[in-house]
Unconditional design. Structure first.
Lengths: 460, 313
């Protein structure tokens, strides 16, 4: 046996041993978390550890930045041996820069990414397996984190990250325009027929106001197509992920809805080719009645575009049969030492995963003038979820009633399809064709898109 | 042979070589030009690091694929994948369409403007600044300006067309007019540099040629045809080649004006596809393969162009 083979065998034996010990630690834990008996996963108080973390709020968000720094100081009182170096960014991930960082391996030790980045992060060989380190002892809410959320950080049974935020898509609407158009701002539309009817009334206000807006560029058209298809009960790909599944009655219905609103009702305006965050801009300008989005869109509209929380509401995804899930969190760089991984988990537990602390310290958020009451994140279950929602209700600063329809309607969450960006790009063309060509042949467009997505999946 | 041997030059060489030789010829040259070489090192190092090395890496990556952190050689697989991409041919068609439209407007228009400016007797300097101003604007600012101009609801262009009782257009919102709209913006943004180069070429034409042609009764068009164009043929052909290479790599304008794809993918270009592969799909192998295809295509075209130009001389 060659020396390299011997080394591989030794490494495999170690991994197997670790795996066995991990499995032993996990036995009896129905949620897959550790039993908490493995003291080796706890951060050694005497070990000097340094970690770098990105997504620190920028100086343009002084309240959030101060909270971040205060939290590091508070964390250091508990863990004086850990030095955290922060790197600010806004937005936290720029896809092009992130792809380059992954390729070069220049991201921070704990690096921010979207749920959908798992494949890219693993392909780049940049993520450390943190499975054995995440136990109820290291993450106090470990067993209360929604398993489907942890699944988005899991591949081949290994956990690679922890969540920071998650959301479910729904219908964002302008309550002010609803009122002006004679619609009930507390009863957002729940079907596409109702959306179309509301859009007609809003467009009738004139003055360049559109009833409904839709993205169709930079992959956001395909992204929204997916969200709307889920709402109607459709699926983007077959269960095995090998074939396109959107060329069906639901897909056709979706495109027909858009075509009717654009060309028959003329409730979508002349300007098309929108991409994120164009529709937020038009909504804050009072020119957009409704569009499909996530709760943090409203945060962006208020904090960045200076809108008012009172003006916006959110309803469930039209159709109500499914809602696209999304979110973000932190991965751990592959080159980290066990102590760095432990320190990183301790920081994430403190800052993002404990009700009443860090991002969930609602009393502080209220005092700092930050919004409290948005229906995200919602990745806790059980006792943690109860505690979190009680705190949120106690300190709410935004009109939470504006989200009642969204929160009270139970819509099953669905994850994005495999190779999401490639598929979204194909569907961008389909959606933009419907919105820019009055004579668009929907059957043909879907057939072409189906062929192209099948090619994408076959090439993957 | 004897004559050569006896020539003073050869004798001198022989005399030098008979003495001690602390350095070889190459060493002597190196010593004589040490300063020049020192100055060159920086430039060569920069080129090597930022131009040649990335090109070599691109060729290497075009034959590799990275999965789960492991990079493997995949032969022609990346080339097969990109050539089977549903939008591969559409991207090439769009790129060629942009290049041809940009040649009609972006190549001919600056030349006409330069001739016009050259003919002026007054305010030439002011007009030159005016023509060059768009180049000084950051491309993003120019593009955003045009995005507003093209807006079908409240944009400047449709407002002007409406005022003149002419039919309005969907501009960037229609697959039929999106690429044409991009060409208009690109021409406006880049025309200034070409005009300045043409002006410099025009001003190097000896005035006597124009005087002689005027004495022969030639009007403006005949002077342009028989004097200006032949005299600027070299610069025109060089600019044509550079413009084709530049326009085939169009990215900024389409990316900012239409988000890259445009209505029904009407503005998807090859470079945008490369960008998508690398930064949206994290498939650097496929991006590199498409980059290599484009590089070879442009290199082949340039070689053919130079050869045809030489033959026509």
């Amino acid at each position: 046996m060659k020396r390299a083979d011997l080394r591989r065998l030794a490494a495999a034996s170690m991994v197997a041993a670790i795996g066995l010990s991990g499995a032993a630690a996990c036995s009896g834990d129905k949620n897959g978390g550790g039993s908490g008996s493995d003291s080796s996963v706890l951060l050694d108080k005497n070990a000097k550890v340094s970690i770098s973390v990105d997504c620190q709020p920028p100086t343009t968000k002084p309240a959030q930045r101060k909270q971040w720094l205060d939290d590091i100081a508070a964390f250091n009182k508990i863990h004086p041996n850990v030095t955290i170096t922060s790197k600010d960014a806004s937005p936290c991930e720029q896809p092009a820069a992130f792809a380059a960082q992954l390729k070069a391996g220049t991201q921070t030790d704990l690096f921010y990414a979207y749920f959908t980045d798992l494949g890219a992060v693993l392909d780049a060989g940049q993520a450390a397996d943190i499975t054995r380190y995440v136990t109820p002892e290291t993450v106090s809410t470990r067993n209360d984190i929604d398993p489907s959320v942890l699944d988005t950080f899991t591949a081949d049974g290994k956990l690679y990250g922890l969540p920071r935020n998650n959301y479910k898509m729904g219908l964002i609407y302008n309550r002010k325009l609803f009122g002006q158009a004679g619609l009930d701002p507390d009863k957002p539309p729940t079907t596409w027929d109702e959306v179309a009817a509301a859009a007609r009334k809003i467009s009738a206000l004139g003055n360049g106001i559109n009833g409904y807006g839709e993205y169709s560029a930079a992959n956001t058209g395909g992204w929204h197509f997916t969200a709307e298809l889920y709402g109607l009960g459709g699926r983007m790909v077959t269960a095995d992920g090998k074939k396109a599944a959107f060329n069906d009655a639901n897909g056709k219905q979706l495109l027909r809805n858009l075509h009717t609103m654009r060309w028959v009702d003329r409730t979508m305006g002349e300007t098309q080719g929108y991409k994120w965050p164009d529709l937020m801009t038009t909504m804050v300008a009072g020119k957009e009645g409704m569009y499909v989005g996530a709760p943090d869109d409203i945060t962006y509209m208020v904090e960045t575009l200076k809108g008012d929380y009172a003006d916006y509401g959110m309803g469930p995804m039209p159709g109500g049969k499914g809602a696209l899930l999304g979110g973000d969190g932190y991965f751990f760089k592959k080159s980290l030492t066990p102590d760095q991984i432990k320190a990183g988990i301790a920081w994430l537990d403190f800052k993002f995963l404990t009700p009443g602390k860090g991002q969930f310290e609602y009393a502080r958020n209220k005092a700092d003038g930050l919004p409290v009451g948005l229906p995200e994140p919602f990745f806790f279950t059980g006792a943690s979820a109860q505690k979190e929602s009680q705190n949120k209700a106690t300190y709410a600063t935004i009109p939470v009633a504006n989200f009642t329809a969204y929160v009270s309607t139970q819509v099953p969450g669905l994850v994005e399809p495999p190779h999401a960006q490639e598929i979204y790009k194909v569907l961008d063309t389909t959606v933009s064709a419907v919105l820019t060509d009055k004579n668009a042949n929907i059957d043909e467009l879907l057939k072409t898109a189906e062929t192209q997505v099948n090619q994408v999946l076959a090439n993957a | 042979m004897a004559a050569i041997t006896d020539s003073p030059r050869t004798t001198a060489r022989r005399t030098r070589s008979a003495g001690p030789r602390p350095y070889g010829r190459a060493g002597r040259r190196l010593r004589d030009n040490l300063t020049a070489h020192a100055f060159l090192i920086g430039a060569v190092a920069c080129f090597a690091l930022f131009s040649w090395y990335p090109m070599v890496r691109e060729f290497v990556m075009a034959f590799q694929r990275t999965r789960r952190g492991h990079t493997t050689w995949v032969g022609w697989q990346n080339f097969i994948q990109v050539s089977h991409d549903p939008v591969f041919w559409q991207a090439w068609r769009n790129t060629v369409e942009f290049t041809l439209l940009a040649l009609v407007f972006g190549f001919a228009l600056p030349f006409v403007v330069a001739i016009g400016l050259n003919e002026l007797r007054h305010a030439r300097a002011y007009l030159r600044i005016l023509v060059y101003l768009p180049v000084m604007l950051p491309p993003v600012a120019s593009v955003l300006l045009f995005k507003y101009f093209f807006n079908p609801s409240f944009g400047l262009f449709n407002a002007v067309l409406s005022a003149l009782h002419l039919p309005t257009s969907q501009w960037l919102n229609s697959a039929d007019t999106a690429m044409f709209s991009v060409v208009i913006a690109a021409t406006w943004m880049n025309m200034g540099s070409a005009v300045l180069i043409y002006l410099a070429a025009l001003q190097s034409i000896p005035g006597e040629l124009y005087e002689a042609s005027e004495l022969d009764g030639a009007g403006l068009l005949r002077r342009v045809w028989h004097v200006t164009i032949p005299q600027t043929r070299l610069i025109l052909s060089l600019m044509l080649l550079l413009q084709i290479i530049a326009t085939m790599q169009v990215f900024t304008e389409t990316f900012l004006l239409t988000g890259g794809d445009g209505p029904k993918g009407s503005t998807t270009t090859v470079v945008y596809l490369i960008y998508n592969y690398a930064f949206n799909f994290n498939n650097f192998g496929a991006a590199a393969a498409l980059g290599v295809i484009m590089l070879l295509g442009l290199a082949g075209f340039s070689a053919l162009y130079v050869r045809l130009f030489r033959e026509s001389e």
